[in-house]
Design a protein around this ligand. Structure first.
Ligand code: MG
Length: 204
């Protein structure tokens, strides 16, 4: 099982990170040991002083494929979840500055929070029109809609599969909207998809 994550897929988030918009989808990976199903409790990692949240829509691949045309990409998933791409931002800044890989800042144990998966037929909406949000201690800090993605889930799957064969069970974290920010010890994070709470994370 692979955990693929997309970088800068919402223009306002790229702006808040002072990063240029990508011309093509850009991916990184988290190890499978990063996966932490919701509801979850996570110990604040001792190696960072700037743990940050990135709420994202997660797509689960249902069958193997490679070189998937964009027009066929919808045949490769049928459910969505909410996830948090936890990031040790201080460490990531260091890696970015030196041009080195991000793995340790984004792939540490428990860095890929994921909710249960909801069949799209139960959501009754297109994957390209899903609103979602993240609250920290009951206050909304991130809000997004998949219609604002720079690269749609179908485009992401098609593009990724030109390079990497996809397998059933692979997850794609599709990028975060604006509003990323720090998490403190004791914070309770809750994620909502179309107004329904899907995700809970307590950071100790
Ligand atoms: Mg992210």
């Amino acid at each position: 099982m692979n955990i693929f994550c997309v970088v800068r897929n919402y223009a306002p988030h790229a702006a808040e990170m002072k990063s240029p918009l990508p011309a093509e989808p850009t991916f990184f990976e988290k190890p499978h040991t990063a996966l932490l199903p919701s509801p979850a409790t996570l110990t604040y990692p001792p190696f960072t002083n700037d743990l940050q949240h990135e709420i994202e829509i997660v797509v689960k691949i249902e069958k193997s494929g490679s070189h998937i045309p964009c027009s066929d990409a919808h045949l490769y998933y049928n459910s969505v979840a909410l996830g948090i791409d936890l990031t040790a931002r201080d460490i990531q800044r260091g890696f970015k500055a030196s041009g080195m890989p991000w793995l340790l800042s984004k792939g540490f144990d428990g860095s890929a929070i994921v909710s249960q998966f909801l069949p799209l037929e139960e959501v009754h909406k297109s994957i390209n029109d899903l609103c979602f949000s993240l609250c920290v201690n009951g206050k909304t800090v991130q809000e997004g809609n998949s219609c604002d993605m720079i690269f749609s889930p179908d485009r992401l799957i098609s593009y990724l599969s030109q390079f990497v064969s996809l397998s059933a069970g692979d997850l794609i974290y599709t990028g975060t909207p604006a509003g990323v920010g720090p998490i403190q010890r004791g914070d309770h994070l809750t994620g909502f998809l179309e107004g329904t709470q899907m995700l809970s994370l307590l950071v100790m």
